[in-house]
Every structure is written in C-alpha cells, then in structure tokens.
Design a protein. Structure first.
Length: 270
C-alpha cells in the first residue's frame, strides 16, 4: 500500500463504516477493481468507527496491492463531516470524488467522464440529482414539521445534486462545506435544503451538473430526462447506491410513487 506524496491529482474517497455489513465494501471494491485507470487518481479509504487494527484487518487485507491511502476516524460527524476532514488533511489533492459506503460503480470510465465535466465553470459534478422537496407531502407531516419545513426547504421543484457520489475541486468544496454536521437531519438539509450544496455552489457563480454513462453533462432542468435517477430504468446511471437499488427492486406501484417524489409533472414523469 503506497503512501507516496503527489500533487495535482484526484482522490477517489470511499467510506467504510464498521456498522455496515462487509458485503457493502466488497461490492464497492469489486466494482472499483473493474474500472479503467485512464484518469490518474489515488484511492482514499476512510475507515469509520473501528476500534483497533483487529477490527479492520480484513479490510486492509482486501486493499493489499492497491495504491491506497487510509484515514481512521471515529463514527461521529456522519459521512459528510468525514468528507470535510479528509479534504482538510489531504492537501495535495486538487479534486476529490466522494463515493458513499453503499456505492457500487456501474461504469468503468465513471471518473474520466466526471473529470471531463468538471470544467472551470462547473463547481460540482454528480452522477444523479433530484427535484424532490421535503415540503411536497404536507399531509404526511405533523404540525411542527409543516411549520418548519418551508423554512428549511424550497417547494417542489427543488433541484439538488445527490451526495452519494460527486466530484469537486478541493478548494471549492472547502469554500461551501459546513464545519460540522450535528445529525442526519442536518445532512438532509445540506443535500436538498435552501442552503444545499447545490445552491451554495450556484451562489459562487458555478454550475451544478449531472453526468451519465453517455458522458453528457446535464443541467438541472434536464435531470428528469438524464436517465440517472428514478426514470428510464436508471440506464444512464454510473454509480449506484442503496436508493437507486431501492427503485430498481421496487414493485411497479412503489416505483411510480418514487418517480413522482423526484419528478412529478416533469417531462420524464408525464
């Protein structure tokens, strides 16, 4: 396992949580090993919540032979908090591609395509996005949530990059990232709230795009037709996760409900 220093390269960052089944990491690693290596990058694996080498020894064994860096963290701050700490610690990375603990790569050239889309006028590249808003179903919310949700979330449509898999320049990321995440509700607000990652990047005058297997960069108004999330069998999706698997494995009525939550009256759902 290499620990050499380098400059101006991309990190592929993956989180391994002790609380997750080993099968989640195995699925990620198998998909990663199948990827092409045309884009120079380093793999950074964040081991989160493990106590002592004995608990993570099997993961280290699986990573032998890879050009890989490791970061050991306690199971606090949630995944998005760990991302910021990784960006602060590994200053030699110019760009960072974050893949959550349930990510499975579906396109061996995913990083090449994301890198191509990260032009100077683009602040974040995701593999999927959604128009969903937490305010869309007020009948399901209690009185407190019906009152507070409009303060935190835009009404539908609420375009936002999903944070399961995304690429950013390190300096842009640190410019928009919160210093801490208190709980899971905080991460939801950062993903899709009024002060979401997407909106913070746009406030810097930068674009937020989704890239599919076809290599095309889709602007927010075109995400429903991108075929990357809850539409068109997600055939254009480059990196899957537990939410995209939920849709793929759902019954037809459940799938229709998930589509409606994401896109409602958009062309993809019409």
């Amino acid at each position: 396992m290499s620990h050499k220093k380098s400059t101006n390269i991309t990190a592929v960052v993956h989180i391994v949580r002790k609380g997750n089944p080993p099968s989640a990491f195995n699925a990620f690693l198998e998909s990663y090993l199948a990827c092409s290596n045309r884009t120079q990058h380093e793999l950074l694996v964040i081991l989160k919540g493990f106590h002592g080498e004995r608990e993570y020894a099997s993961y280290i064994q699986r990573l032998k032979g890879l050009d890989c860096r490791l970061l050991l963290l306690p199971d606090t701050g949630l995944d998005l908090g760990a991302y910021r700490l990784a960006a602060k610690l590994f200053t030699h990375f110019d760009r960072m591609c974050f893949l959550n603990s349930f990510s499975v790569i579906k396109d061996p050239q995913f990083l090449d395509k994301m890198m191509t889309a990260l032009t100077p006028d683009v602040g974040v590249v995701g593999v999927s996005g959604s128009w969903e808003s937490m305010t869309a179903n007020p009948a399901r919310l209690g009185l407190f949530k019906r009152t507070i949700m409009p303060l935190l979330y835009q009404p539908w449509p609420n375009p936002h990059i999903r944070t399961n898999a995304f690429l950013m320049r390190r300096d842009v990321m640190l410019a928009v990232w919160p210093r801490w995440f208190v709980n899971r509700s905080h991460t939801h607000v950062f993903e899709s709230g009024r002060r979401s990652l997407t909106r913070r990047v746009q406030q810097l005058g930068l674009q937020t795009v989704v890239v599919g297997r076809d290599g095309k960069a889709y602007q927010p108004e075109d995400w429903p037709l991108s075929g990357t999330f809850r539409a068109a069998h997600q055939s254009n999706l480059m990196v899957g996760d537990n939410q995209t698997r939920r849709y793929a494995e759902a019954r037809p009525d459940e799938r229709a409900a998930l589509e409606a939550m994401a896109w409602r009256n958009s062309p993809a759902f019409a």
